[in-house]
Design a protein. Structure first.
Length: 154
């Protein structure tokens, strides 16, 4: 299961709770672009938008950069940052609605990967970390590295 994109800042900036797996509605040349490794989750987020024909909102991946596939030809109307619809079960969407209403919780994309012939997005419900928490994480990492170096020496 190859991973095409990983959001490095997600686990550093947020405490990730529950994670979800969703399909992404893509065009053919977007799929080819992703499979060649041209995708960036930097600065992207998951939003709930009102849908036109249902009582449940749509779940969308916003601000995800997928450049145009270089062999796709010229497309003047293509926007690499447009919102892409995510495919979830209605029960999962209802859970997300309840979680997002809680104060301080956001939906953060974690990685884009391949499952069979389908491209999936893993995203989680996260709560933003404070600066103090980030510093503590950095200190823990540094002490673990020092311990590993000492173990290798002896």
């Amino acid at each position: 299961m190859p991973t095409y994109a990983y959001n490095k800042r997600a686990k550093f900036d947020y405490e990730i709770g529950q994670t979800y797996e969703a399909g992404i509605v893509l065009l053919g040349y977007e799929v080819k672009s992703i499979k060649t490794g041209h995708i960036s989750l930097k600065g992207s987020f998951v939003t709930l938008k009102n849908s036109k024909n249902k009582n449940l909102p749509e779940v969308c991946l916003t601000n995800c950069q997928i450049p145009l596939y270089k062999h796709a030809g010229k497309r003047d109307d293509y926007d690499p940052n447009h919102s892409r619809k995510l495919l979830l079960k209605s029960s999962e969407i209802r859970q997300l609605i309840g979680k997002v209403k809680e104060k301080g919780l956001t939906l953060i994309p974690i990685r884009v990967y391949n499952k069979g012939s389908l491209i999936k997005l893993e995203f989680g419900i996260g709560k933003g970390k404070r600066k103090i928490d980030k510093r503590e994480d950095i200190k823990k990492r540094e002490t673990e590295r020092k311990l590993e170096r000492l173990k290798k020496q002896y």
